[in-house]
Design a protein around this ligand. Structure first.
Ligand code: SF4
Ligand code: SF4
Length: 303
């Protein structure tokens, strides 16, 4: 592979089939419909990785808070060797997606990117020397999928349009770039702190919790946003998701795109110093108290 790093985001991870690389103009001979003999077979062995916009669509379609959605419908995994958290759709014990019904997908209008793409997938590639990534596509031909025997041919571009995948790719693109940049600059950026991984999880997946964090007094004291910006973040999931991407870049790569209030950083350092000082004093007091108790106990033993 000529590029330094790549991210095959939405192919079944466990598939043993080697994918073929495609471009937008390449042809795809495939059609999936209720009449195929393999109907629902892919969803009964689901391995669906989720991106931020997938979760917003699903939790809103189900009328759920993101925290509750994550609890009921996802399982965690690690996106890379630095413990960057990823999420997959939860399945039952046999591996079937919980949204699969006999008649098909019960969340079809809001199904995730990976489900829209299948049997193709997105391949993002980026080298350290380039600032943006390249987009290619992959085709995976699994034996059980009889959609490849159907007499329906269209380009990858047409297939993406038909499946409504473009808006998903557009809105998730910045997030893919963050993951790619993190991968390609791994050794220089180093292992992210526990706090930055928690922020990544919250801003990527648990958007309603992230909203409470962004609207908290501590956050408002730190970042210099206008009332209009805060009002938008309060009500608009997409605006909040995009803001989360900016904040991740600030935390992971030091790209200062969100203005901090003047003196906020110094104030935070000072507050932290005061907290550490108070903690130190409490530890000293505790240590002295224990010494005094031990001294008294020794005297009692002598008596
Ligand atoms: S979300 Fe729908 S399309 Fe995707 S695996 Fe589940 S049932 Fe299948
Ligand atoms: S044709 Fe392929 S995508 Fe469609 S139901 Fe069968 S296995 Fe799934």
């Amino acid at each position: 592979m000529s590029k330094d790093d790549s991210f095959k985001f939405n192919l079944p991870h466990s598939s043993p089939v080697v994918p073929t690389r495609l471009e937008l103009d390449d042809k795809l001979k495939f059609r999936c419909h209720r009449g195929v003999s393999c109907w629902n077979m892919c969803c009964s062995r689901a391995d669906v990785t989720l991106a931020p916009y997938d979760i917003i669509r699903l939790k809103n379609a189900l009328g759920m808070d993101s925290t509750e959605f994550l609890k009921q419908h996802t399982v965690p995994f690690e996106l890379d060797s630095h413990n960057v958290p990823g999420l997959k759709l939860r399945t039952d014990d046999s591996g079937a997606c919980l949204f699969m019904k006999e008649e098909g997908c019960s969340v079809y209008a809001d199904r995730p990117t990976a489900c829209r793409y299948y049997p193709s997938g997105l391949l993002s590639m980026k080298s350290i020397s380039e600032s943006t990534d390249e987009r290619h596509f992959l085709l995976i031909k699994e034996d059980h999928c009889k959609g490849h025997d159907e007499d329906h041919i269209q380009t990858i571009a047409e297939y993406r349009k038909e499946q409504g995948v473009e808006i998903y790719d557009d809105l998730n693109h910045e997030w893919y770039q963050i993951i790619l940049k993190k991968k390609s600059t791994g050794p220089t950026i180093g292992k992210p702190s526990e706090m930055s991984l928690q922020l990544f999880f919250m801003a990527s997946y648990d958007i309603d919790r992230f909203r409470r964090f962004v609207l908290s007094d501590a956050f408002i004291k730190m970042y210099d946003l206008s009332d209009e910006e805060y009002a938008e973040l309060e009500t608009d999931d997409i605006a909040l998701m995009k803001f989360g991407f900016q904040l991740m870049k600030q935390v992971f790569f030091g790209e200062m795109t969100i203005k901090e209030r003047e003196g906020a950083w110094e104030k935070r350092v000072e507050e932290r110093r005061e907290i550490l000082e108070l903690r130190k004093q409490a530890e000293i007091a505790d240590h002295l108290r224990k010494q005094e108790e031990a001294r008294k106990a020794a005297l009692d033993d002598k008596d």
